[in-house]
Design a binder for this molecule. Structure first.
Ligand SMILES: [Ca+2]
Ligand SMILES: [Ca+2]
Ligand SMILES: [Ca+2]
Ligand SMILES: [Ca+2]
Length: 496
């Protein structure tokens, strides 16, 4: 009886199953848990695998959901991510929702990396990697996205891009307390040596790495490009303990390049980045011969100078451009800044007409800079180096194609949002300068701030008489409601 019933079910459902299957595709989500077993089926949440290696070896894999808790990576078992996807979204490794897996790689053999990404089109998010015996994560593949991950206490750079790695995006990641035996090599984020072009960083933080926060030193790659946006680099060249990392630790915030024969070009675009309290330089040319474009970056109190970009002449065709940047120290000065001959320097805090003092900043206290990220992985809110409402650095920048608020970009990494907009409504009948004709007696001020608005909406049968001279400046708006009367015996000037 039972056997016959099962046969009937098969007959009934088999054609339907075939119809639902995408042709040629066997997509599957696997689960990996510290309490799982590689003898399990893996695709059932109640029967997860134990190791990443097992899940990564499945031919029908498209996604791995990693359960929280500590996963131990040991021996020679670097987590190898090598499948080559055909396009965006091909493969995913993510934390199980609401959980945060930690990969403890301290049991690896000497010199072994934690994760090695040779594949393409992987999206990896929501995991932490610690104590690898070399890099926490080493990427040579292309078009991968690494988001909201952290790398700490590894024995070389936390995350490194090399071996021809191209077009990878590193988003909202932290890399800290990484230290190699000599302190000479461990950077927070290394995009260096034989790396390819088109890699980018956004919203990342690097602190207390024994060598540099970011390092773009090349050997032998030449004329490649990297962009770094909204990243913070601080206290590099110091160890977890706070001690100096040693004479071999470089201690730069953003080291933009350099090469053995001082001849190679690493074209760098840095925007909205903040570099502070690094042991040596905030932004360091380091004999990079490529183009360096720095817009809206802030350097504060770096021990060896804030912007130190005068070490060597650029290659023919390369350009150094520094606009809308802020350099400052706790003593209230710009600190030490230098640039190559011919550098384009415009609208920077140390240049005329700006007067940059402590009064320009809400706070120079770095409190909160290493605080936990927001639930979506974005950077925490801080007051550090944000501008006060009266600062002449607000709207002091030039439009370089980045998003800004108000009339123009501010100087530095943090754009100030304009005050909440006010709306003034004329709802009476008669003269403009009679406050009683305005809603709540709120008559518009002599100068209307950008974003604010005047609405002319006289009472039925009434009119608004502009009996004074009034000037509307750029950014303010003026609306006369349909069918309503506006008379101009005085002057209404609208400027742009
Ligand atoms: Ca070094
Ligand atoms: Ca370095
Ligand atoms: Ca000022
Ligand atoms: Ca602005």
């Amino acid at each position: 009886m039972v056997k016959i019933a099962a046969m009937k079910l098969l007959t009934l459902f088999f054609p339907i199953l075939i119809a639902c299957m995408p042709s040629g595709s066997f997509a599957r989500t696997y689960y990996v848990s510290p309490t799982g077993s590689d003898a399990n089926v893996g695709y059932d949440i109640n029967a997860p695998f134990k190791t990443m290696k097992k899940a990564l070896g499945k031919s029908d894999l498209t996604e791995i959901l990693v359960r929280g808790g500590t996963h131990y990576i040991t021996g020679d078992s670097t987590v190898s991510i090598n499948k080559i996807g055909a396009g965006p979204g091909a493969y995913t490794i993510r934390n199980y929702p609401g959980e945060r897996p930690l990969f403890d790689c301290s049991g690896l053999n000497t010199g072994k990396k934690g994760f090695s990404v040779t594949g393409n089109y992987w999206y990896i998010t929501g995991i932490d990697i610690m104590k690898a015996r070399d890099n926490g994560m080493y990427i040579t593949g292309a078009n991968n996205i690494i988001e909201f991950c952290s790398f700490f206490e590894n024995e070389d750079s936390g995350l490194q891009l090399s071996g021809g790695a191209t077009n990878n995006q590193i988003i909202n990641c932290d890399s800290y307390f990484n230290k190699d035996a000599t302190s000479e090599n461990a950077d927070g984020f290394a995009c260096k040596l034989d790396v390819g072009t088109g890699n980018s960083f956004k919203g990342c933080r690097a602190w207390q790495n024994s060598d540099d926060g970011w390092d773009g030193y090349l050997r032998p790659s030449d004329n490649i490009s990297t962009s770094i946006d909204s990243c913070w680099s601080f206290r590099n060249g110091y160890l977890k303990s706070g001690a100096v990392s040693g004479v071999n630790g470089d201690g730069n915030g953003f080291k933009m390049g350099g090469s053995d024969a001082t001849d190679l070009r690493h074209n760098q675009i840095l925007t909205h980045c903040v570099s502070f309290y690094n042991r040596k330089r905030g932004f360091d040319q380091n004999n990079n011969r490529g183009s360096m474009t720095l817009y809206n970056n802030t350097a504060f109190a770096n021990g060896g100078g804030n912007f130190v970009m005068s070490s060597i002449t650029l290659a023919a065709g390369s350009v150094m451009t520094v606009k809308n940047c802020v350099a400052f120290t706790a003593a209230g000065t710009a600190g030490s800044n230098s640039f190559v001959s011919g550098a384009v320097l415009q609208n920077n805090s140390w240049q005329s007409p700006f007067s940059t003092t402590l009064a320009d900043f809400i706070s120079i206290d770095t409190v909160g800079a290493r605080a936990a990220r927001k639930p979506d992985g974005s950077l925490p809110d801080v007051n550090f180096m944000h501008l006060t409402a009266t600062s002449d650095l607000i709207d002091g920048g030039q439009d370089v194609g980045l998003v800004f608020s108000g009339e123009a970009p501010d100087l530095g990494a943090f754009e100030t949002s304009p005050a909440a907009s006010a709306i003034y409504i004329f709802n009476g009948n008669g003269n403009w300068d009679n406050a009683a004709n305005w809603l709540n007696n709120a008559i518009p001020p002599a100068t209307l701030a950008p974003g604010n608005q005047i609405i002319i909406d006289p009472s039925t049968g009434g009119e608004c008489i502009v009996n004074i001279s009034y000037t509307l400046s750029p950014g303010a708006s003026f609306v006369v409601m349909a069918g309503k009367q506006l008379s101009l015996p005085g002057n209404l000037n609208i400027t742009n």
